[in-house]
Design a protein around this ligand. Structure first.
Ligand code: PAF
Length: 302
């Protein structure tokens, strides 16, 4: 697989991409010090409901070929440390494609590797992992891909062509930051409430905690986005959040699932990012700060 890609992070999203790319086109990166088995084997439940056996090789680095791209499908807090752990063994020309939720981790990677092609992706593909060896492709979506630095601009077309091989819908965008903000808005308005209330997405809409605080979340977000040059307002953001909460009414959000499974959440890259950016700019963000602290208080990732 001379032009195959590598995937860092074998969670539901990494496994979805690995399963959709043609056989031999992707391998999971084994972390330094880890000696996993030769293949990562699991079942993919497709959108049509069929069950397909998937077998993806684990590749230790350096790979014996120049990878077409490195898809980073870890949680936001693991992206930079994981990349630092393998960057010495990755060709400098290999594009790094970041699939993290929220904001902050992508910028940290772009700053840490200014000469490497750094690209960000945001997706509305639905994937979950009800059992360790089962990945469910729960909903068709679009994956937006755009560069975060000059080297990334040049790498964008080949990366999009590589991702096209998956058959998933992939679109290049000149403004990935706007797409990342749009996804952050949805996550900031759904995820902490589902985690704190321990309920599926649609059920937050009638809960007093949500009704009391959603306008505050959206006002703080709108103020910050306007400051960053994106024209919007709180009622529009709330409407966007509620469209997604209704469309995914029975889904368990990634943050609720993290809390249920005792894993660290991405709150610091979602509401925590909003609070942190606002505070740095002397804009008040008490509601996003409060939600961040409350999610920390029910988890251990302080
Ligand atoms: O984080 C998630 O789970 C998803 O992005 C979303 C949109 C909240 C739907 O579950």
């Amino acid at each position: 697989m001379a032009s195959g890609g590598l995937i860092l992070g074998a969670g539901s999203l990494g496994r979805l991409w690995a399963a959709c790319l043609p056989p031999g086109a992707a391998a999971f990166v084994s972390r330094p010090g880890q000696s996993p088995s030769l293949y990562c084997e699991y079942r993919l439940q497709t959108l049509q409901g069929s069950s397909v056996n998937v077998s993806v090789p684990w590749q230790s680095l350096p790979a014996p070929y120049t990878p077409a791209a490195l898809l980073v499908a870890t949680k936001a807090m693991h992206a930079l440390p994981a990349l630092k752990g393998i960057s010495e063994s990755l060709p400098k020309s290999t594009p790094i494609v970041l699939f993290q939720n929220g904001l902050g981790s992508q910028q940290a990677v772009a700053e840490a590797f200014p000469k490497r092609p750094v690209i960000a992706a945001t997706t509305t593909e639905g994937a979950n992992r009800p059992q360790p060896d089962v990945v469910v492709h729960a909903g068709r979506g679009t994956t937006w891909v755009g560069s975060l630095n000059a080297a990334g601009n040049e790498a964008l077309t080949p990366v999009v062509e590589f991702l096209f091989n998956s058959g998933l819908q992939v679109e290049a965008t000149a403004d990935i930051t706007l797409r990342l903000w749009q996804k952050l808005v949805i996550n900031a308005g759904i995820n902490p409430f589902t985690a704190l209330l321990d309920c599926p997405n649609g059920q937050i809409l009638k809960q007093p905690l949500y009704l009391k605080h959603i306008d505050g979340v959206c006002e703080e977000l709108a103020r910050l986005m306007n400051h960053e040059g994106m024209l919007t307002n709180a009622s529009r953001l709330r409407a966007d959040i509620e469209v997604v909460a209704r469309a995914t009414t029975h889904n368990t959000s990634s943050m609720r699932s993290d809390v249920q499974n005792g894993r660290a959440t991405e709150i610091d890259f979602i509401n925590g990012y909003v609070a942190h950016r606002c505070e740095a700019l002397n804009l008040a963000a008490p509601v996003n700060r409060m939600l961040t602290e409350q999610v920390h208080s029910i988890t251990n990732n302080h």
